[in-house]
Each structure stands twice: as C-alpha cells, then as structure tokens.
Design a protein around this ligand. Sequence first.
Ligand SMILES: [Zn+2]
Ligand SMILES: [Zn+2]
Length: 228
Amino acid sequence: MWPKWGKPSRNDTSSPAADLPSSVATPSFKDIHSLLHDEDETGAACRRKASVFHRVRMATAALRTWRSLQSSTLAESGDKRIVLYYTSLRVVRKTFEDCRMVRSILRGFRVAVDERDLTMDSAFLTELKGLLGRQQLSLPRVFIGGRYIGGAEEIRQLHESGELKLYIEGAPPAAASACEACGGVRFLLCSVCNGSRKCHTDKGGFRSCGCCNENGLVRCPDCCTPIV
Ligand SMILES: [Zn+2]
Ligand SMILES: [Zn+2]
C-alpha cells in the first residue's frame, strides 16, 4: 500500500473523489487548481495560497446559487426594501471606505435605500445585532427584502458579477426629492428636550429625556421606520 500513497492515481479507491459519482468528481480540484496556478510562481506557499483562494471562490459560488434561489422567492413576494447599516464616522479607514463603496454602489441603481447610520443612533447597532444574532460585527451590512445579503465584500462581488442588479430589481425607485419632514437627514431634533437630553421636572431638577436617543434626536416618522 505504501507506493500508492506516494503516487496517487485517478483510479485510487482510497481517494475521496472516488466515492462521488463521476459527474461530480470531474473536473477535480487538482485540474482547476493547475489552471489557476501561475506558472511563474514557485514554492509551496504560492500553491497553498492559490488553493485557499480557490476554495473561497467555490464557497462563494455555492453561496451565490443559494442566494439566487432566495432572491427568486423574494421577487415573488414583491418586498424589495433595501436597508444599509453603515457608519459615517472616519474612525477606522477601511470600514469608512467600505461603507462609502457600498453606499455608492447602491445609489448607482437609483433605488430607495434605507441608510442607517450607526453614529446617528446607537439603537441601529442593537437592531443590527439582533438581526444577525451576533455581538461582534463589522460594517457595512446590507439587507434586501428583510433578508441579509452581505457586507462590503459580498456586495462588491455581486456587483461585479452583475448579480446585484437581479437582487435589486423591483425595488422602489429613489425619491425625486428629500423627505419634507427631515430634509433627508432621517432624524429630527427631539421636541421634548430640544436636543439637550435634559428635561426640567416639577421638583425643580433635571432628568434625562426619555424620548430621544443619545444625540438628542428622534427618528423621522416619515422616512425612518423599522426594518421589518
Ligand atoms: Zn424624513
Ligand atoms: Zn429628548
């Protein structure tokens, strides 16, 4: 048996591919790998890199197929509301650039995008954590029709492959003019505390305003409604 290990062949029954039907087993990972492999590159490190890259590509392709199935179901439901969670703060450069890229891609389709800036209201973060069911997350994040589509990398790939257009098809068009109530800011100054976060009480003291967020703002009732 030892020589077999040293020199594997296609007919080797110990190979995992041999358990699969021939239609699934070909083309093998090795064949595609050899196509991807740059002839000028040498060394195991390069091959490992290409292999990992290939596996990621395969996983992405599978994910796309699955999502396209979801997308077609979604199209039938007619709900194509696009929600983008992002940050306008330039604290982490990559996050800021990713958010800007995704915003720009989505805006390019000239459809209505519910843009939720986490720096305007920390409740958006709580909302997002609840939707994704995890505590640690990066921005941006995109939902279409109440379903999670992905972050910057997924949106970029879907856009480059032309698939994003299919997801967005049927979404309501972008409004011709900004919301009259908030001017497109999506928030209004709290009318109870005038944005000060403090309310005068009958006893003469001050208490924190319970009507607005940490910035003394309330969501615009005309254009900033819950996601689902
Ligand atoms: Zn508004
Ligand atoms: Zn207030």
